[in-house]
Ligand binder design. Structure first.
Ligand code: NOJ
Length: 591
């Protein structure tokens, strides 16, 4: 999804092994046991959209056993952890982000036994499993909401956000309480004729928001989090976390103004609204501190020892707001709030990328950055950065920025083979409801959710049935089997970058220092490890060949050993003259 203003918030020791073994599970093994507490700091995390990953039973929908079948592939990629988008029971209005039972598995995806098997098999391969945690809203079919809407006096009434309308009479429901809009279009308020009040939903009508002013909601989620931690999951990605609270005075959102002071209109002709009353309210920090403290108590005990990460879906306007999401040393919040500002650049602009990388190097203290370039809500890299001619080269540049800069890297399934965004061509084919509601201005998120392309057999090896979303026509050439072991393939590029990120001391632990900083066409940076190892990375952001001088500054040498270069690139003789083909990349270790 392209989140516009109005759509915003659109480790470890033997004791862990003993504790898990007691429950029939194994601790994720690692090459260096003493580093287990820090496993997440230079990790590679893959987002898996289970519905589209691998179908094992021919119903056209990906499932948990399908993911288990593909674990050896994930191991060969070098991923440390997989984040699964929601697999809980759900009416699937928002494909799992409308949860009707937080402690179960949707039958479409399998059973709890399938989940336990996935965990066991992943652990054997040293791959951790991260769950999605949706605390902003539930499904309208969740038993808590069914209770809540049954009567104003029901004990669950206050678990959700209910409000009187404006100007209601005995015969007329009046108007919604204010002008707040759903991230998916239309009013954020839905009238309930039985109890004659409106419920608030930041997202679909079927996703009523929880009332986070109610301490019972806090306790319910601490219990849910503990449930999954006890099962051995490695952490959570907290969905839409910045939207937990709403303005207590229920004030209208103000219009977004253009540079002339006039209200801006969106592509659908509606006036765009700011989201200051419904997004990033300070109380969210208190909730995250509380959730983290509760989970950390468990981390430090025999209940669920080891570091389990808190990842935040944090669409924020600047580095200062992102920095706050880490919390403080005494009161931590997220280990890894997503840096989506780099995602939002949306064009090959070396200067903008440099600013963002500098921001994370200088603006978040000693915390670990988590750069994000795409996911199941945003068009893939080709659709946002591609020029139609050099798309593969551009995808290599973006992957290089992701894996060769400092921090933990999160990427989306299919990126590693260069899958292309494939939106539906006809409104009647759209599965994501927002794509139908906003057609043709916005076609929804189906385009980035198409089935994983495994091979060139029917349905790309995703299913033997009819896939829930069509397999893109590109699958004949763009697929895992075709790219495996081919030196110039995208898959090999990803595998090489990931392997280097783990094994090269400068890429694993080094600082980022921008070099050749006046260059508006080429983005170059130096990674320097505590042991002095230096690695230079340079990426051409243009369609023209470029030559850069990377010598001087902090670079201790004139020669470098090439670690990785674009297929069409050459080896530089000396660091003062590095030639790059269009959208070319060169990575070298300074000698
Ligand atoms: C963000 C999720 O990534 C998206 O898919 C979902 O629609 C919204 N949050 C609402 O849960």
């Amino acid at each position: 999804m392209h989140w516009t203003k109005s759509m915003a918030a659109c480790a470890l020791t033997l004791s862990m092994g003993v504790a898990l073994a007691a429950r029939g599970q194994t601790a994720p093994a690692a090459s260096n046991q003493s580093n287990l507490a820090d496993w997440w700091k230079n990790a590679v995390i893959l987002e898996i959209y289970p519905r589209s990953y691998q179908d094992s039973n021919g119903d056209g929908i990906g499932d948990l056993n399908g993911i288990t079948q593909r674990l050896d592939y994930l191991k060969s990629l070098g991923v440390d952890a997989i984040w699964l988008t929601p697999i809980y029971p759900s009416p699937q209005v928002d494909f799992g982000y409308d949860i009707s039972d937080y402690e179960g598995i949707d039958p479409q995806y399998g059973t709890m036994a399938d989940f336990d098997k996935l965990m066991d098999e992943a652990n054997k391969r040293h791959i951790r499993v991260i769950m999605d945690m949706v605390m902003n809203h539930s499904s309208d079919k969740h038993k808590w909401f069914l209770e809540s809407r049954s009567s104003k006096k029901n004990p669950y009434r206050n678990w959700y956000v209910w409000k009187d309308g404006k100007g209601e009479t005995a015969t007329d429901k009046g108007a919604p309480p204010n002008n707040w809009r759903s991230g998916f279009g239309g009013s954020a308020w839905e009238w309930d004729p039985t109890t004659r009040q409106y419920w608030y939903h930041k997202f679909y009508t079927e996703q009523p928001d929880f009332n986070w002013n109610n301490p019972k909601v806090h306790q319910a989620f601490k219990d849910i989090i503990a449930f999954w931690l006890k099962k051995g999951v490695a952490g959570f990605r907290f969905d839409a976390i910045t939207t937990l609270f709403e303005d207590p005075q229920w004030r209208d959102e103000s219009p977004v103004l253009d540079k002339n002071g006039n209200p801006e209109k969106g592509p659908d002709g509606q006036i765009e609204l700011n989201d200051t009353q419904t997004n990033n309210l300070p109380a969210v920090h208190d909730v995250m501190k509380e959730m983290r403290a509760s989970a950390d108590k468990g981390f430090k005990s025999a209940t669920y020892p080891g570091t389990r990460v808190f990842i935040g879906e944090t669409y924020l306007p600047n580095i200062a707001e992102l920095a706050k999401q880490y919390g403080t040393a005494d009161h931590p919040e997220f280990h890894l709030p997503m840096d989506t500002q780099i995602l939002a650049i949306n064009k090959m602009d070396a200067v903008a990328f440099r600013t963002r990388l500098n921001d994370v190097e200088t603006g978040i203290g000693n915390n670990v950055p988590l750069l994000v370039f795409d996911n199941h809500d945003n068009p893939r890299i080709d659709a946002r950065y591609g020029d139609g001619v050099h798309n593969e080269d551009i995808e290599r540049v973006i992957a290089t920025v992701l894996f060769a800069s400092k921090g933990t890297a999160l990427f989306y399934n299919g990126d590693e083979i260069g899958m292309k965004t494939t939106p539906p061509e006809r409104k009647e084919d759209v599965k994501d409801p927002v794509g139908r509601a906003m057609w043709p201005f916005y076609k929804g998120r189906d385009g980035e959710r198409t089935p994983m392309q495994w091979d060139d057999s029917a349905n790309a090896g995703f299913t033997t049935g009819t896939p829930w979303l069509p397999v893109p026509p590109t699958y004949k050439a763009v697929n895992v089997e075709a790219e495996q072991g081919k030196p110039d393939s995208m898959l090999t590029w990803y595998q090489n970058l990931i392997e280097m990120k783990k094994s090269n001391p400068a890429l694993a632990q080094g600082t980022d220092l921008m070099v050749d900083t006046e260059n508006t066409r080429v983005l170059s940076w130096l990674r320097q490890a505590p042991d002095g190892t230096q690695v230079l990375v340079t990426c051409n952001f243009t369609a023209d060949p470029q030559t850069v001088n990377l010598s001087g500054g902090g670079v201790k040498g004139m020669q470098a050993k090439t670690l990785l270069k674009s297929p069409a690139g050459s080896e530089p003789g000396s660091l003062d003259k590095v030639d790059l083909p269009p959208f070319g990349v060169w990575i070298g270790q300074v000698q």
